[in-house]
Ligand binder design. Structure first.
Ligand SMILES: [Zn+2]
Length: 120
């Protein structure tokens, strides 16, 4: 399986397209399409017709459209820079057993980054 270094809840910066330079939080990963949904980025405005049956008022609805992963770079929460993500393994001892745990780290400052998408 292809590796996706961007996780949900990561903060990314857009580096191409109309929203170049914008920074937002990743809302959703669309693995199949190599795209991510980023909060407040690539907004499309849809004009909805009111639908009385569904009690929808209609009007302008703003919705994020997915952007290609190659158009965003992850921002490191520690050094606040655009960075690349690497993986390393940590040995964790628990109840006398040693576990290997894969963590992500920032290639700029070497700090371990939180695994996004696990907390609510
Ligand atoms: Zn960093």
């Amino acid at each position: 399986m292809k590796q996706f270094r961007i996780h949900k809840d990561d903060v990314v910066m857009v580096i191409a397209g109309k929203d170049k330079g914008k920074i937002g939080r990743v809302l959703k990963i669309l693995r199949k399409h190599d795209r991510v949904l980023v909060e407040k980025v690539n907004i499309a405005v849809r004009h909805m017709r009111p639908n009385p049956q569904l009690q929808q008022p209609g009007g302008r609805v703003e919705k994020e459209m997915p952007v290609h992963v190659s158009n965003v770079v992850v921002q490191c929460p520690v050094c606040k820079q655009s960075t690349r993500i690497g993986y390393r393994y940590l040995e964790e001892s628990k109840d006398g057993k040693t576990k290997r745990k894969r963590v992500r780290f920032c290639k700029k400052c070497n700090e371990i980054m939180a695994q996004g998408g696990k907390k609510k």
